[in-house]
Design a protein around this ligand. Structure first.
Ligand SMILES: [Fe+2]
Length: 248
């Protein structure tokens, strides 16, 4: 298993507050059977300059890599970022924000209103050669109230990521996304050992029970392809239909 969205780097965002917590999170990832991780600290283009963020991220990454025992875990590491959506992304060089040696960029959207310029900014990013991964797509009311909005973005080339915690909570829309083929990646989005800890193993076990082993194999293959920078071969999702007030 691979975890491609987590906040394990120490002292850089609202995730691991120090090295001690980072090491606890990494030990838990190992216990969960995780073989590769992409660290994705929050980057907010309207709040911090790109160079400043990159320097802070490198410092935090070096600190974790130099900590005793980390290189013995047998986990492969890459770095990326969870980029907060802004139309400013059209002007920003995203190369250094991609998952290491890939063209994948993890993008988080606002949780209140559908942001202005969402579709055209994402299309621009795709046209520039990047592949957007939309973070935790179960969180956005403008997708959950009308999942065809997410469907249309997946059709345009976006990848949809769901959180393992939402699967374990039995989040209804997450289950529907999986059924419709509208989620391609499962990640932990782990922040700490209390409320948001690494839990991919249990989430995959639940997906296996509810949907079958083929789904688990497919999610794992997608994660491997993204980590290695390969194209994710996605079957066409099913376009959700509203029948008697219910999305089916
Ligand atoms: Fe996150």
């Amino acid at each position: 298993m691979l975890d491609l969205h987590c906040h394990i780097l120490p002292g850089i965002d609202d995730g691991a507050k120090n090295l001690e917590v980072s090491l606890e999170l990494l030990a838990e990832e190992k216990k969960q059977g995780i073989q590769a991780i992409t660290f994705t600290p929050h980057f907010h283009p309207n709040r911090i300059e790109l160079d400043e963020f990159l320097a802070a991220r490198q410092h935090s990454y070096n600190k974790l890599m130099e900590a005793p025992g980390v290189s013995d875990l047998g986990i492969k590491f890459k770095i990326g970022a969870e980029i907060f959506f802004s139309t400013k992304l059209n002007e920003l060089d995203l190369d250094q924000l991609c998952y290491t040696d890939t063209n994948y960029v993890l993008i988080e959207l606002p949780t209140d209103e559908k942001p202005y310029g969402l579709t055209h900014t994402l299309i621009d990013i795709i046209n520039r050669g990047y592949q957007p991964i939309l973070a935790h797509v179960e969180r956005y009311p403008y997708f959950t109230s009308d999942p065809t909005r997410l469907y249309d973005l997946i059709e345009k080339g976006c990848i949809a990521q769901i959180n393992s915690g939402a699967i374990l909570e039995g989040n209804k829309i997450v289950m529907k996304y999986i059924k419709w083929g509208m989620a391609q990646l499962i990640s932990s989005d782990a922040h700490n050992m209390k409320k948001r800890k690494p839990n991919l193993k249990d989430a995959y076990a639940l997906v296996k029970r509810k949907f079958g082993e083929d789904y688990v194999d497919w999610f794992e293959k997608n994660a491997r392809d993204v980590f290695k920078g390969r194209y994710v071969d996605m079957p066409d999702p099913k376009r959700p239909k509203k029948i008697l007030g219910m999305w089916l």
